[in-house]
Design a binder for this molecule. Sequence first.
Ligand code: ADE
Length: 247
Amino acid sequence: MRFDILTLFPTMFDGPLGESIIKRAADDGLLDIRRYNIRDYATDRHKSVDDAPYGGGAGMVMKVDVLARAVGDVVGDAVVPVILMTPQGRVFTQQIAAELAQQPRIVLVCGHYEGIDERAMSLFSDQISIGDYVLTGGELAAMVVVDAVARLVPGVLAEASPQEESHSGGLLEYPQYTRPPAWQGQAIPPMLLSGHHAEIARWRRKQALARTREHRPDLLARAPLSAADRKLLAEIERDASTTETET
Ligand code: ADE
């Protein structure tokens, strides 16, 4: 999969793209991540990429002509998602990551300064925010999107199953344990040592449901639940109310 990142700060990406799983996948040719400096598309003597806002006010605004040249050069006639990273976009989720991972190529544009000229909006097919808070620029947001999408590209993760992890089935993930078997008086849940695979799967599903109920009731309300899940949830409710009456 190919990612084209348009940014004023290409070197900001060195760390996240130069380590670990993403680096290996790029070295193996599974990912082709290209960076472009928006400043290279400025034409004046000072290489200006921003200017003062019409109507006055604080901060600087990214220039539409520079952005249009940058996007035009990188995208050309290709039909690809061109996504602006902005706190005004739709909020990024695992589902959006999965949709983007189906694409052979996406283009991410990092906004900076106080904003970008409104006339540049027609350059983008989508706008994404990584959450309801404001960053100094779109770079960190683009890194989040690249990471979340790239790990869903077949072959990027060695063996793990993205289907089982938090959010992909609409639930948080069940708790995990590894050696040592006892640590500071805390043992491994006996079920995990039982060797009963079906029982372990049921226990894990119940843990995932209980956790999601506890930490993210909003996710639970939207999760696609089977009849077996509903039974487990009823058990969880019962367990919870017994604990409440005991204490
Ligand atoms: N740029 C600044 N804040 C952002 C956010 N929350 N998401 C995406 N891009 C941003």
